[in-house]
Design a protein around this ligand. Structure first.
Ligand SMILES: [Fe+2]
Ligand SMILES: [Fe+2]
Length: 246
């Protein structure tokens, strides 16, 4: 028993109610974003760790979390505040990091092609696919979904004309965004598999190291980003829309 958590608790409920547990789940390889609805026992099994170990580590994180304020709780924020935060931090991060990582990978491939060319080319294929998908995905959120979320919330708070969504209900673009999150999650898992969990070869140079460090950091950031959208922002937007008259 950890803060009322059991093996049956959905992973997203753990990280939504106690954001300080996110780093533990990330470190243990437990999917809390795309697969957030999965019960902890099943998610732990999938990650190859025992549920008892996970519960014990969550306990320690909760203890430490009480004395530090490292993880922000977004459940009380408005949908607009959260959408603004996601754009300012996670979207900016991806737009900066993806081109930087592609550049580091090109450089690594030039230096290590003879010995690690096959692996690095597979990595290049996946990273390029991720960049293309994510850049388009961020644009859709920034140009269509997030403005609509801000509009319906502004309507709810101040009245005025009821916002029109040309693609029907907000659940439609949200469903599409969640589908794209699953695809991005799959590419991240592939990148992890290709790099053997970011294990550097013995002859790796500093560029190789910077590439793997950057990929690991991007994976963690994208997991947090998807978690904030799937588990907090999107349910909030659906709830706000349900209160607008039709
Ligand atoms: Fe996003
Ligand atoms: Fe997204």
């Amino acid at each position: 028993m950890t803060a009322g958590f059991t093996g049956n608790t959905a992973v997203k409920d753990i990280v939504v109610t106690h954001p300080e547990t996110r780093v533990v789940l990330e470190r243990l390889g437990i999917d809390y974003c795309c697969g957030g609805k999965t019960p902890l026992t099943q998610a732990a099994q999938h990650a190859g760790v025992s549920v008892d170990q996970v519960l014990a580590e969550l306990d320690r994180a909760l203890e430490a979390g009480r004395s530090s304020d490292s993880a922000e709780d977004w459940t009380a924020a408005s949908a607009t505040e959260l959408a603004d935060h996601i754009e300012r931090t996670h979207h900016v991060f991806m737009k900066e990091q993806l081109p930087r990582l592609v550049g580091l990978l090109d450089k690594t491939l030039r230096a290590h092609g003879p010995r690690h060319g096959d692996m690095l080319k597979q990595l290049q294929h996946s990273l390029t696919a991720l960049r293309t998908d994510i850049e388009l995905h961020l644009a859709k959120e920034e140009q269509i979904l997030f403005p609509f979320i801000r509009q319906i919330e502004a309507w709810q708070q101040g009245g005025g004309p009821v916002p029109e969504m040309h693609c029907g209900t907000v659940a439609n673009p949200i469903g599409q965004m969640e589908f794209e999150h699953d695809q991005a999650g799959e590419i991240l898992a592939r990148i992890r598999a290709i790099t053997s969990d970011f294990r550097l070869p013995e002859d790796a140079c500093e560029t190789f190291r910077a590439l793997y460090d950057g990929l690991r950091e991007m994976e963690s950031d994208l997991h947090e980003h998807i978690h904030l959208e799937n588990n907090i922002l999107f349910p909030k937007a659906i709830e706000v829309e349900a209160q607008t008259p039709r």
